[in-house]
Write a protein that binds this ligand. Structure first.
Ligand code: ADP
Ligand code: MG
Length: 391
């Protein structure tokens, strides 16, 4: 879809011209998985896939929602803004508007809204965060709630999106997805501490190498039960370690500390989970350093080590993600490959040399189909900017 086509679609839907247009990206996490809620860092980047939003005021004191991706439409009076039942897709937008109002924004008019997204559905590349952040960007402007400092403003957009996801979608997510969508920068990844929200843009200069995302198209995903189990097991580890070495988060431990404290964890499952977190925090720091020094091979090795740890210690990969990663590791010209996102379904992310990309797609695709009966999809990622106004 071009922006012209989107403007035309808006006119067809509402019989008037769009006044403004915005875009916010989806994201992929390069390394640092299941570290966020353990006080550790993540390393995501914004993609060129994302969500577009076109808006125009209306005279009817009503928010009208349409999406080119969804058949349902919604009309919500301004004085009746609350979560809608049956997993209505408008919740991801309505929640942002509600939260901006509660933070001091003023909604004085009705609006016609049209969304379009091209983040592959169900792939764990955060179509929901893209939709939230694009809505937060548009309506902070309409509702006169823009912060002057651009960096602080973008962080605020991420917080609005996260609050919406918690309150209107019922998903108790961390802030990584919305943060990447708001603070993304072309050809950079974001080294982010999810606890303090301190972050750094790190250039991803990959000469002759591409970031390739492979979609399992698996129906499995990390459900809230399995997620909450992991959160609890990490908590158990913190409690048991704290008897000998007081900590608030597992991410405070270095690999050297780990050798001293691991004996204090009596629960064998909690011990495995904690070993992943401590290792992953160290791997993420080392990977960022390797990238800064141009040691891309090392970055790739650390991605692969991350997958192994998520498979063996954190146990969130499952047969589909393992089939993709293990096939990728066999291809000459692959520097590293790992699952990305929560796990069990979704995507892997791989670093692949330009000349190996065709072979990568052919071999990984064939191996994957042989092992799982499913067809994988491949996207060569472009690392793009965070949320922006287009019109
Ligand atoms: P993801 O991992 O892609 O974020 P989620 O399940 O968190 O997956 O969010 C997907 C949901 O977000 C969809 O079911 C829909 O409700 C909403 N959504 C995302 N993009 C759009 C869009 N372009 N139009 C309408 N709803 C969307
Ligand atoms: Mg989501």
């Amino acid at each position: 879809m071009t922006t012209n086509e989107l403007e035309l679609a808006f006119e067809q839907a509402y019989g008037c011209k769009a006044e403004k247009m915005y875009f916010a990206p989806g994201r992929v996490n390069l390394i640092g998985e299941h570290t966020d809620y353990n006080g550790g860092c993540v390393f995501p980047c914004a993609l060129s896939f994302g969500a577009w939003l076109l808006i125009a005021k209306n005279e009817d004191k009503e928010l009208r929602f349409r999406s080119l991706n969804m058949p349902q439409t919604y009309e919500i009076p301004l004085d009746a803004i609350k979560p809608q039942p049956d997993r209505a897709w408008c919740n991801y937008a309505l929640g942002c508007i509600d939260i901006i109002a509660r933070r001091g924004g003023k909604l004085t008019s009705g609006y016609n809204l049209l969304y379009y997204g091209n983040v592959p559905a169900g792939a764990g590349l955060s179509s929901s965060a893209a939709m939230e952040v694009v809505t937060a960007r548009a309506f902070t402007e309409e509702m006169n709630y823009v912060l002057h400092d651009d960096k602080a403003y973008r962080t605020e957009l991420a917080k609005i999106g996260q609050a919406c996801e918690h309150e209107y979608a019922g998903v108790m997510c961390g802030i990584m997805d919305q943060f990447a969508s708001a603070q993304g920068k072309k050809d950079h990844a974001i080294y982010l501490n999810c606890d303090t929200l301190e972050f750094e843009h790190v250039p991803v200069k990959l000469e002759g190498i591409k970031v390739v995302i492979t979609n399992t198209h698996s129906p499995h995903h990390l459900d809230s039960g399995a997620y909450n189990d992991r959160v609890r097991q990490c908590h158990t580890a913190v409690e048991q370690i704290s008897k000998v070495h007081p900590i608030k988060f597992l991410a405070e431990l270095t690999p050297d500390d780990w050798k001293e404290v691991e004996g204090s964890i009596t629960d064998p499952i909690a011990k495995k989970r904690a070993r992943h977190v401590v290792g992953e925090v160290a791997r993420t720091a080392e990977a960022v350093e390797a990238l800064k020094q141009g040691k891309i091979e090392r970055f790739g090795e650390l991605m692969t080590a991350s997958h192994v740890s998520l498979r063996d210690d954190y146990e969130v990969t499952g047969p589909e993600l393992d089939a993709l990663a293990e096939a990728a590791w066999q291809v000459t010209g692959v520097l590293g490959s790992r699952m990305t996102g929560g796990g069990f379904g979704g995507c892997t992310v791989s670093l692949v040399r330009d000349e190996a990309i065709d072979q990568f797609k052919a071999f990984v695709g064939a191996e994957y189909e042989k092992k799982t009966g499913l067809k994988a999809d491949f996207y060569v990622a472009e690392i793009g900017d965070g949320v922006m106004r287009l019109l």
